[in-house]
Design a protein around this ligand. Structure first.
Ligand code: NAI
Length: 781
């Protein structure tokens, strides 16, 4: 069965977000909620106002639930009194109403009366066991019912926990999992019908343990977050920052519902606390970012913006101070160095990790068939870089077992089985995991999933240098990976691209195609600014110009190489990281790709062919006649405002992606999709024809300048914005050309270089670069 239509009941936080994301997959979806009492009483006549308001609100929410505003049209608002019959045609009904078993039961009875046979019904419940949800319903319902537990926000959190009951049809689970994986881009983790499933069961324990130990050891919130954040591969919000983010008021609710359902001997019971300070904070509205502030707040009183943190002992706010703990520095040597460090941070890390990891180990196979599910759930649901069992391997299973024995605590059976080995191992280049019976099995990847990390585990790079590597991903396709800090681009990257071009040759021998891909959080945020600033500061002008030219030539060589080049980006692709994509034959983008030419933020213009490619694209793609000006103005606006597309879909509007470029919803499928595209292009591949353009020259430049002067007068553009936009206008108008002359790409590249060099020599540009390096934000000078 294939899911072609859907409905979500409950248009609250989760239901509306789930509906938006189903729409992101291109699937029409009904969104139903109740008819509010005041409408029934005659105040207001929109009986679907709850769902309609939710859709309107989502169009204004940041980060956006919709990948493109047009997707909102796929969501049809309705209400459960008038519109239930419409669900007779849908393939999947998601229930996301209030967490109240009676309300859900009543709704299921009504749904069962209208839904078509074989349609799937699933609940987004976080706490109610499946067996309770199907109680009293007929067999037919139980066969089609499961739990699909999304994480908030549904578009961005990759985890989907799926729980099937003993009666659920395997075919239904299979169809839904496939849909969630390929169309919604989720990492589907099968969980057992146990309280809190996997991620929240372990996550709640982790939060409680981290809070308790911080309070007992007298750590500040900054210190605690500095230890249980980055050093453990956990987002830098750590624990208190995370609670601020999700809302402190949710904590008692989540923990109480867990306490109601957890086994009597569950270790969480022993550590559960509700500190008086937290109760007071909630009562006074200090619930976190959505409230008046939480453990941290931005104090804007007195006109300033002072970041403050709460003193856990006194409950008073004080100016926030960066933690300074030696142990956090020691963590660079590994997790063992952190937990064995004698300072407060080390002791804290040890206490939190020992208990947390023992808890996780004690829950398998109780909550999941094997521990890889637990690791995946924590990676995708809490954004941990490593799951609990990967963390145990970093510490050593024997170390953990020893620590538990030293403290007189029981060693979980699964941890005993890992003694002397570990939970994961590489065997013949393949990743294997320890099963519950103590043997190893391969970590199987689903069909259509190809991970660069698997290839790297099992092979050596074909070539590598300090900033890039080249891998053999099979079938004659090579993969270029950026490997520098934050995947920054530099001369080494260019050199390796040139080598790759040489190695692949005419594409008719051993190698057929090149894919550009990496598994970093961000594809690339562009040039290595630190290096650039260094060269600029000591006035190495010839070298700066040479590196600009080298980038232009390298990207151009990629474009005209006699073999296909396909890029597969995910995350941010900015500046030079965006320009390389513009030069590829095709891009297969992860849906969550954020492309932009943001060079003006550091006072320069795209200098590696970005202006040229965008201009060529806009001119050749022009749909309506109207002279040369509209495409120029469009590109000018995109680059001078440093527009960044907030999804791959939006990147199409900005022309960063072409209509022919592909989008992959599931990140794990990205490389395989790109490779398939590259192989498809490799058959009868012909490189693109060089383009020539006719540009208007000085008249166009003057028109663009006039527009910028207008913004300057209105205070919307700064002094240096005028200079930078002027240099951009010079390039996009074609310099001193006129409309009768044909211009080739090389002339455009020359103009890019000239404008770039003019800008990079100005003090205001240097100030922008310095500011970006120190603060990470653009300077508006
Ligand atoms: P919410 O309170 O934001 O929204 C619930 C919505 O259900 C409201 O709009 C309400 O009017 C509607 N509703 C109530 N009774 C209804 C009925 N009989 N028919 C139709 N609509 C009805 O709640 P939220 O947070 O969206 O939670 C929904 C479900 O998702 C719950 O089961 C919750 O446990 C679960 N969940 C919540 C997460 C979160 O972070 N908030 C995360 C994962 C799951």
């Amino acid at each position: 069965m294939e899911i072609r239509s859907a409905a979500v009941i409950g248009a609250g936080v989760m239901g509306s977000g789930i509906a938006a994301h189903i729409a992101n997959a291109g699937i029409p979806v009904f969104l139903l909620d109740i008819v509010p009492q005041d409408v029934k009483d005659g105040r207001g006549n929109d009986r679907s106002v709850v769902a309609r308001t939710a859709i309107d609100r989502m169009l204004k929410t940041e980060p956006a639930p919709f990948m493109h505003k047009r997707n909102a049209r796929l969501v049809t608002p309705g209400n459960i009194e008038d519109d239930l019959e419409k669900l007779a045609g849908v393939d999947w009904i998601v229930e996301a109403v209030v967490e109240n078993p009676a309300v859900k039961a009543d709704l299921y009875a009504r749904l069962d009366a209208v839904r078509k046979p074989g349609s799937i019904v699933s609940s987004n419940t976080s706490t109610i066991p499946l067996k309770n949800l199907v109680e009293g319903r007929g067999d037919g319902f139980a066969r089609d019912f499961m739990i699909t537990h999304f994480f908030n926000p549904p578009r961005y959190m990759r985890l989907l926990e799926v729980v099937a009951g003993p009666d659920t049809r395997p075919g239904a689970v299979e169809a839904l999992s496939r849909f969630a994986d390929t169309r919604l881009g989720k990492g589907v983790v099968r969980c057992k019908d146990r309280p809190g499933f996997i991620a929240n069961r372990i996550g709640t324990y982790w939060i409680q343990a981290a809070i308790n130990q911080a309070m007992d050891l007298g750590l500040t919130v900054e210190e605690a977050d500095a230890v249980v954040g980055r050093p453990m591969g956990i987002p830098k919000t750590g624990v208190f920052g995370l609670v601020d983010l999700v809302g402190l008021d949710l904590m008692p609710y989540v923990s109480r519902s867990l306490l109601n359902t957890l086994p009597a001997d569950d270790p969480y019971r022993a550590i559960h606390r509700e500190p008086e300070l937290f109760t007071r904070m909630i009562a006074e509205g200090y619930t976190g970012r959505k409230g008046k502030g939480g453990f941290y707040r931005l104090n804007k009183s007195g006109g300033g913006r002072v970041k403050e943190a709460i003193d856990l002992a006194t409950g008073q706010y004080r100016p926030s101070e960066k933690a300074s703990l030696e142990s956090v520095g020691a963590a660079k040597q590994g997790l063992r160095a952190l937990v064995e460090h004698p300072d407060r941070g080390g002791i804290y890390a040890r206490r939190v990790l020992v208990d947390l990891l023992a808890y996780a180990a004690s829950l398998v196979p109780e909550i999941a068939d094997d521990m890889t599910a637990v690791d995946q759930a924590m990676r995708l649901g809490y954004n941990w870089r490593f799951g609990p069992f990967e963390l145990i391997d970093q510490l050593g299973a024997d170390w953990l077992a020893g620590a538990l024995r030293d403290e007189g605590k029981p060693v979980p059976a699964l941890l005993e089985k890992a003694a002397g080995k570990g939970f994961y191992r590489t065997e013949g280049g393949r990743l294997e995991f320890l099963t519950v019976d103590g043997s190893y099995a391969e970590v199987a990847r689903p069909e259509g999933v190809l991970l660069l990390s698997d290839i790297k585990r099992g092979s050596k790079p074909i070539k590598r240098n300090g900033s890039a590597a080249l891998w053999d991903i099979g079938d004659g396709v090579a993969c270029l990976e950026f490997t520098g800090k934050m995947n920054a681009l530099d001369g080494d990257v260019m050199a390796l691209i040139q080598k790759a071009i040489g190695m692949i040759g005419d594409g008719k021998g051993e190698w057929k195609a090149l894919v550009v891909h990496n598994e970093g959080d961000n594809f690339s945020v562009g040039v290595n600014l630190g290096l650039a600033l260094f060269a600029v500061n000591i006035a190495l002008w010839p070298q700066v110009e040479q590196s600009v030219q080298e980038g232009q030539e390298t990207y151009k060589a990629l474009k005209y190489a006699p073999f296909p080049v396909v890029a597969a980006p995910s995350g941010m692709a900015l500046g030079g990281g965006c320009e390389i994509l513009l030069h590829c034959d095709a891009v297969q983008a992860h849906a969550e790709t954020y492309m932009g030419l943001v060079e003006v933020g550091v006072g320069v213009i795209p200098g590696w062919g970005g202006c040229k490619e965008m201009l060529t694209r806009a001119t050749l793609n022009r749909k309506r006649p109207g002279g040369p000006m509209p495409p120029i103005a469009q590109v000018f606006e995109t680059i001078s405002l440093a527009k960044v597309a907030k999804s791959a879909d939006e990147a199409r509007d900005l022309m960063f992606l072409r209509p022919t470029d592909g989008i992959t919803m599931n990140r794990d499928r990205l490389l395989a999709d790109a490779k398939a595209k590259a192989l498809e292009l490799a058959e009868n591949y012909v490189p693109p024809e060089p383009a020539t353009l006719r540009l208007p020259g000085p008249t166009a430049r003057a028109a663009l300048r006039m527009a910028v002067d207008g913004f300057h007068q209105q205070g919307k553009a700064t002094d240096h914005d005028v200079v930078v936009s002027g240099a951009l206008a010079e390039v996009l108008s074609g310099g001193d050309t006129d409309i009768t002359a044909e211009m080739d790409e090389d002339r455009l590249l020359e103009l890019e270089r000239e404008s770039f060099m003019k800008l990079v020599r100005s003090r205001a540009t240097v100030a922008r670069i310095e500011h970006m390096l120190t603060t990470g934000k653009p300077l508006r000078n």
